[in-house]
Design a protein. Structure first.
Length: 129
């Protein structure tokens, strides 16, 4: 499959392969004049071309039984070409001792999922972008 110029632009890589990102965020919530709570969040930002092509092929053998991919496709919100499709993969108040371990586990699963999606796009196109 050959991508259009617009699809290539929306890979976010400037002509290279697909680019997406996963963020581990420490969010400090402030109420009035004091910190009220602190949260750890894992947020996924998927480039529009990858997201749309994976969604189109979500029932492919590679993805149809992948719960994480299916949840990501169902829960992501489009935030425009600059931010792509964004999904919150994890959120927990940072009071428990294992919250950071859980966030890092979600970060790892999210990374692996994005890499799997990118590999599918690369294999599907079989050409240099």
């Amino acid at each position: 499959m050959k991508l259009t110029e617009r699809q290539i632009d929306l890979l976010w890589s400037g002509g290279g392969g697909p680019y997406s990102q996963v963020n581990l965020i420490k969010q400090v919530r402030i109420l009035d004049d004091a910190v009220s709570r602190t949260f750890l969040e894992v947020e996924v930002e998927i480039n529009p071309t990858t997201f749309r092509l994976i969604k189109k092929h979500r029932n492919n053998n590679e993805f149809k039984n992948d719960v994480i991919v299916q949840q990501l496709l169902d829960s992501s919100e489009y935030r425009g070409p600059e931010f792509g499709y964004v999904s919150l993969a994890f959120s927990a108040e940072y009071t428990r001792t294992n919250a950071l371990k859980e966030a890092e586990k979600a970060l790892k699963y999210s990374q692996e999922t994005i890499i799997k999606m990118h590999k599918f796009i690369i294999d599907m196109c079989k050409t240099k972008y």
